[in-house]
Ligand binder design. Sequence first.
Ligand SMILES: Cc1cc2nc3c(=O)[nH]c(=O)nc-3n(C[C@H](O)[C@H](O)[C@H](O)COP(=O)(O)O)c2cc1C
Length: 155
Amino acid sequence: MRSTDNDEPVSGHRLPLLYNLVYCSRAAAGIGDADVNRIVESARRWNPVFGITGLLVFGSGVFFQWLEGPRENVLHLMSLLKADPRHESVVPLSESEEVRERLFPDWDMERVEPDSIRDVLEDALDNAEDPKNAEVLRLLLDHLDSGELRQLSAA
Ligand SMILES: Cc1cc2nc3c(=O)[nH]c(=O)nc-3n(C[C@H](O)[C@H](O)[C@H](O)COP(=O)(O)O)c2cc1C
């Protein structure tokens, strides 16, 4: 287990090896704002213990989540997430493991409103010094214009 405070640089690099997983899913029937706030509260308690940071968007019955952290911890969380009855049809959008900077180092799990997701991703793209991060962000912005994520921005 590692927290963001002691991200271990890979030898020869100044940056840590990070696993990044982005997915979207459909909220189960009856899941609303209060449930999402409870999810975020619990994520903020546990994610720092596992060195996981990211953001969660909920709108029009669709979730979109960006997770980054040590590979084994992100994959363990993903196995819990897939079994969580509060959502279904979990579709991975992007998955990679690279030596790079954290994109959202201060967000244990930040809830972002659907209206703001484009701004958040564009802002992150403007500030991304790391070309690998910029590539994933461009991919997600493309997803926003087409495919599943269009529902989010239309919320
Ligand atoms: C859309 C969604 C996002 C979630 N994000 C996180 C998260 O970032 N971190 C976390 O610990 N749990 C998150 N959870 C909750 C986990 O699925 C799971 O309930 C939690 O890890 C506790 O597992 P347990 O109930 O088996 O103890 C999320 C659940 C949903 C539905």
